[in-house]
Design a protein around this ligand. Structure first.
Ligand code: FE2
Ligand code: FE2
Length: 141
């Protein structure tokens, strides 16, 4: 298992949960609510706090510096990813606040924004990381 595998595994599991979240947001938007739907939105809130936020922290403190060390050309990519993290932290805050005394409109709006940002962010990391590392390995030591 390489240091990257752990990040890749998190990305895969979060993408699966995002597909479920997207379905739930669409259901709520159409007014087809189920008794457990709020519980599932709350569960995603726990995933944010217990998985995604620690994942971001580990990337910021471990993966990104490691990547830049291996391939200095990755600096721009890392800056871009850090900017995404900043936007996402704001989006998480809004989503978590909307869970409180459930406000459906706020939950749908903040959920959709967060979903799009997070999907794009994971896609960018998944697409760029293998290539940036491959280029780093080709360089003479
Ligand atoms: Fe990531
Ligand atoms: Fe990230």
């Amino acid at each position: 298992m390489t240091w990257l595998d752990r990040y890749h595994e998190d990305h895969k599991s979060v993408l699966l949960l995002l597909a479920k979240l997207e379905g739930n947001l669409t259901e709520m938007e159409k007014g087809q609510t189920r008794p457990n739907i709020m519980l599932e939105f709350e569960e995603f809130g726990d995933v944010i706090k217990q998985v995604i936020i620690p994942h971001f922290k580990a990337e910021e403190e471990d993966a990104y510096p490691k990547l830049v060390k291996l391939n200095p050309a990755a600096t721009q990519f890392v800056d871009n990813m850090l900017e995404d993290h900043r936007k996402l932290h704001k989006a998480f805050k809004e989503y978590l606040a909307a869970l409180g005394p459930a406000n459906q409109d706020k939950l749908i709006k903040s959920g959709k924004i967060m979903l799009q940002l997070l999907m794009k962010h994971i896609e960018k990391e998944e697409n760029a990381l293998p290539e940036l590392l491959k280029r780093a390995q080709k360089k003479p030591q």
